[in-house]
Design a protein around this ligand. Sequence first.
Ligand code: 6GU
Length: 233
Amino acid sequence: MRVDAVTLFQSMIDSPLSESIVGRAREEGFLELGFVNPRDFTENRHRTVDGKPYGGGTGMVMMAEPVYRALKTVRKKNSVVILLTPKGRRFDQALALELAKKKHLIFICGHYEGIDERVTPLADMELSIGDYVLTGGEPAAVAVIDAVTRLIPGVLRKEDATVNETFTDGLIEAPHYTRPGVWRGQKVPEALLSGNHKLIAEWRRAQAQELTGKAKSASAVKKKPAVRRKNFK
Ligand code: 6GU
């Protein structure tokens, strides 16, 4: 897959996507990631890419023309153009699976207070990664590109690594454990030590259903504290 990002801040995307599984996917050619900077498409001496908002208000707005020209250099017939904005559709696993089938994705990353609204018609979709405000679209592009890249066939070594996992079947995955069997007084659940594959599968299914039931009820999510510290040895 080819991905291009229209961004003023290339390294905010390039750097995190150079590590770990996505970094390896790029080295192995599963993902070709390119960048185009609207600042290279300005016409004035100061290479200005932003301006004060019409009607007043705080912050600066990215100008439409440099974004348009940058986009034009990478856009092909088969490109899917995604504008990252907190008012977009919420990104989820189902959409990650859809996007993983595409040949070419282009992410337009706004910064400052946002981009001139008139670039919106250039995009095929507007995406958000959740209900909070980031300094720009770049960290959102990283999240989306990461989630999509690991779904490209061949990127994950184990063939079934994406089959059993959280959200693909609508369930949250069962908890994972590794050595040692007892860690600071906490034991690994018996079923996982049994060597009985049927029992293990049943245990995981039951755990997944329980976790999903809990998490899916809105009241449980609201009441769940962000941090649950236990007294630790
Ligand atoms: Cl895509 N952009 C910005 N600036 N903030 C966000 C976002 C995107 N998604 C959630 N918050």
